[in-house]
Design a protein around this ligand. Structure first.
Ligand SMILES: NC(=O)c1ccc[n+]([C@@H]2O[C@H](COP(=O)([O-])OP(=O)(O)OC[C@H]3O[C@@H](n4cnc5c(N)ncnc54)[C@H](OP(=O)(O)O)[C@@H]3O)[C@@H](O)[C@H]2O)c1
Length: 308
């Protein structure tokens, strides 16, 4: 949910969960972690038969923070959000103060439950996935942050660990650090997830090969190329054959490539549209054609090439 204010995030996360999404991605720097958690908690309250364990909420260690101590503090702060969800009417979420009577156009869910302030025991309990947002800082600082994450995992605060925006060099360095830790008899952790910009115009063959070798799950951000390729002939042809939208074709490509796509929208109808991708398939040839081998980041931010 990059760049979405907490109020928008809370409403769209609730809609996404009600639509059937089970994985929501947030981050300390997005400043909407508390919105995602409040919506998730509300969703669980509205759907008591859906277990917490079926949901997967990820968050990240901010790029401007560095090293072991900062990571330890950041994890504690995220965990406090996860364990103490805000009520939907908490002013910190910035939801509209009053829900217009009978009109559901304010972002409020139809039947808000307004859970009482939660205690540690009935919040989300743990962070499903914690990622280092970007390979910032020195190698020692990156390794320190990882160590803090492993310790939090040992304490049961985080279920899964990963990195975001790491290039192959950064990944190799981390694998070496993990091996050193284990040689010294300390838990090294495992890189379970790599998250990064990946789509037909940035298909990252090098990272894919690395992830395949080490059994790392690829989460694809900006899978819709932020809308910058609407009308591209590569997509148009498939749209005409399948009758699906360009966004649906891109999400489908990501899935058929074996990635976990993270499409984002602030509009309910698009959130629904982006999930309607299980009633068609791209042919093998179409999947290959979209794997263009190009290197065109759409986000103007490519930390995978950082050299520090
Ligand atoms: N780890 C990282 O450093 C990092 C960096 C970037 C992103 N991410 C994660 O990846 C997620 C998605 O990435 P992203 O936001 O960069 O890019 P994206 O999902 O490729 O594109 C989002 C854009 O596409 C539009 N859109 C969504 N669905 C659409 C549809 N069906 N038809 C037309 N337009 C549509 C959205 O507009 P509307 O909102 O108006 O619908 C928004 O402008 C983020 O929310 C974040 O969780 C992570």
């Amino acid at each position: 949910m990059t760049g979405s204010p907490a109020s928008k995030t809370t409403a769209t996360t609730l809609h996404a969960l009600q639509t059937g999404y089970r994985h929501i991605d947030t981050a300390g720097v997005y400043r909407n972690e508390h919105g995602v958690v409040a919506a998730t908690s509300q969703f669980l309250a509205l759907n008591p038969t859906i277990p917490r364990s079926s949901l997967f909420i990820s968050t990240k260690f901010a790029p401007h923070l560095k090293g072991y101590k900062a990571a330890t503090n950041a994890i504690a702060q995220s965990l406090s959000h996860f364990r103490n969800p805000l009520r939907l009417d908490d002013v910190r979420l910035g939801m509209p103060a009053t829900r217009p009577n009978g009109v559901d156009n304010s972002g409020w869910p139809k039947d808000p439950v307004f859970k009482a302030p939660r205690t540690e025991d009935d919040g989300l309990g743990y962070i499903d996935l914690y990622l280092i947002h970007a390979p910032s800082g020195t190698l020692e600082e990156r390794n320190g942050a990882w160590k803090a994450m492993v310790e939090a995992q040992q304490r049961g605060e985080i279920k899964h660990l990963g990195v975001s925006n790491y290039g192959v060099r950064h990944l190799r360095e981390l694998v070496e650090f993990i091996a050193e830790e284990e040689k010294e008899g300390r838990p090294g952790g495992r890189i379970e997830v790599w998250q990064g910009e990946i789509h037909p115009w940035l298909s990252r063959h090098d990272v894919r090969a690395f992830c395949e070798e080490f059994g790392i799950v690829i989460q694809a951000y900006s899978p819709l190329v932020r809308g910058q390729k609407w009308g591209d002939p590569l997509l148009k042809e498939i749209v005409e054959r399948t009758g699906k939208t360009e966004a649906q074709v891109l999400v489908r490509w990501s899935l058929q490539m074996g990635f976990v796509p993270l499409p984002k929208s602030e509009r309910n109808e698009r959130i629904t549209e982006n999930a309607e991708v299980f009633d068609f398939e791209l042919t093998e040839e179409e999947v290959k054609r979209l794997d263009t081998g190009k290197y065109e980041p759409c986000t103007q931010w490519d930390p995978t090439v950082w050299t520090q």
